[in-house]
Design a binder for this molecule. Structure first.
Ligand code: FAD
Length: 428
């Protein structure tokens, strides 16, 4: 029987609990949300001596941060070629290098804080789903060298089995700086490190609204209203990702939730695992509706993405994922599926991360489009630096975010968008 629960929850130690302590009435900084963004921000703030209170509506990492593919990527959702077209060479280069630094930041935190999270700097593989996409790799390789002095390796179809045991692709591109983590262990480990550094974490506390106060003494600029009481704070960082619009109204019609689904097989034998992903890298393909996959530490093929739709039965999504997996790796046709789960990402129509400060002075960081393991960790840290007045690097500030159609709880247009992307994938 397939278990409907994230594999990462089952293979992590029992999480620490942060409940039962009364809320403070005042603090320097309130961080709203306990995923990668919030725990990383809290860790940095506490290490630099700030009095920080992290409020999490559920439990640490409960949403995307413990449910993702665990791909710690050293790149962005768009290719550098696309980012140059959108933002010009200078800003595009800064964004790409921030992504590279984001991957370094994950490695640094894991080492400095001794976070046990099966971290490896294994590299990532992008697989060309069409011949034209391999041609794109060649241009991308040149541009990465020119703009960011960054080296990737491209491998033609005839030799791609050295990276992925399949003939279904048209060549691959290897980014040596990517890595992998067990995400539930990583986010919980960052929370524990933040607490060791002096941060206060309160689980099960939902922030209802953030009130800007004028003319207050002691530098207090905000009243943070929660179900459990009000906290006065000098600064607030909203790290609520897909739910940012509930707290910062200007994002209500700009940032929307999208679901992604994942299956994990039974553990593969060593020989098969070695054949399918010889260097144990994390992998994804070049389609709009892409598949992302990797071997878990116990060598389960962990496969996410595909044309999985919100609202259809779990079994239909399981079937779609399994079909996509078997198309690439036919050897897995009879391999048992042990886990299925889903998670909610924050999306914007420009499919770019956004971090900065509102005109009211609230800090935010969100919408990493499938690259949040590294980017959320990095930008959470950068937002903390900004609050503290330390030097920071944030090329994702001040970008316009396009408006989306109105919706209530579920963004109905996500399924429409996925189907449209599927048509584009079929065309070329
Ligand atoms: C299935 C799936 C697969 C993915 N795979 C990858 C991958 O392989 N690599 C990669 O880099 N990225 C991946 N991502 C994306 C990545 O997981 C996210 O970008 C990242 O986790 C975002 O972190 P976050 O802290 O900003 O948000 P979240 O982890 O979503 O955390 C936000 C937190 O805020 C809390 N919150 C919300 N509202 C309130 C409130 N009012 N009061 C208090 N707390 C509140 C929530 O409970 C939640 O815990 C994937 C995402 C999904 C869903």
């Amino acid at each position: 029987m397939i278990k409907h629960t994230p594999l990462w929850w089952e293979t992590a130690p029992q999480p620490k609990s942060y409940t039962g302590n009364p809320l403070p009435t005042q603090t320097d900084v309130v961080v709203v949300g306990g995923g990668f963004t919030g725990t990383s921000a809290a860790l940095q703030l506490a290490k630099k001596g700030a009095n920080v209170t992290l409020l999490e509506a559920k439990t640490i990492g409960y949403e995307a941060s413990s449910r993702n593919g665990g791909q710690a990527l050293s790149c962005l959702h768009y290719t550098l070629t696309e980012i140059v077209e959108q933002h010009g060479k200078t800003l595009a280069g800064e964004m790409f290098l921030a992504a590279v630094e984001a991957a370094n930041t994950v490695e640094r935190i894991v080492k400095e804080e001794n976070v046990e999270c099966d971290y490896t700097r294994c590299g990532s593989v992008e697989a060309a789903s069409k011949p034209a996409h391999f041609e794109r790799f060649k241009r991308e390789q040149e541009l990465l060298k020119e703009v960011a002095n960054f080296d990737v390796q491209i491998i033609p179809k005839s030799e791609q089995r050295s990276e992925l045991g399949t003939d279904a692709y048209h060549g691959v591109m290897v980014n040596p700086r990517g890595g992998s983590v067990q995400p539930a262990k990583f986010v919980r480990g960052m929370a524990e490190a933040a607490v060791r550094a002096g941060a206060h974490i309160h689980e099960g506390v939902r922030v209802q609204n953030i009130e800007r106060v004028q003319g207050s003494m002691d530098g207090i600029k905000f009243k943070v209203h929660t179900e459990a009481g009000v906290i006065e704070a000098k600064d607030v960082i909203v790290a609520a990702n897909a739910w940012v619009g509930k707290l910062i109204p200007q994002f209500r019609l700009k940032v929307f939730p999208g679901e992604s689904y994942v299956i994990a097989t039974e553990p593969l034998n060593d020989e098969l695992a070695q054949t399918l992903i010889p260097h144990n890298r994390v992998a994804y393909d070049t389609r709009h509706i892409l598949a992302y996959y990797r071997l878990s530490p116990e060598k389960r093929m962990t496969w996410g993405g595909e044309l999985t739709l919100r609202g259809v039965s779990p079994q239909r999504n399981i079937n779609a994922l399994q079909k996509g997996m078997v198309k690439i790796f036919p050897e897995l046709v009879n391999t048992k599926l042990d886990y299925f789960w889903n998670g909610t990402l924050a999306l914007t129509l420009d499919e770019t991360a956004h971090a900065g400060q509102t005109s009211d002075g609230i800090w935010y960081s969100m919408a990493y489009v499938g690259h949040g393991v590294t980017l959320a960790t990095y930008l959470g840290q950068q937002m903390a630096n900004e609050v503290l007045g330390l030097s920071s690097n944030n090329p994702f500030a001040n970008l316009n975010i396009p408006f989306i159609p109105p919706y209530r709880e579920n963004a109905w247009f996500v399924n429409v968008g996925k189907l449209w992307y599927r048509v584009l994938d079929m065309l070329g």
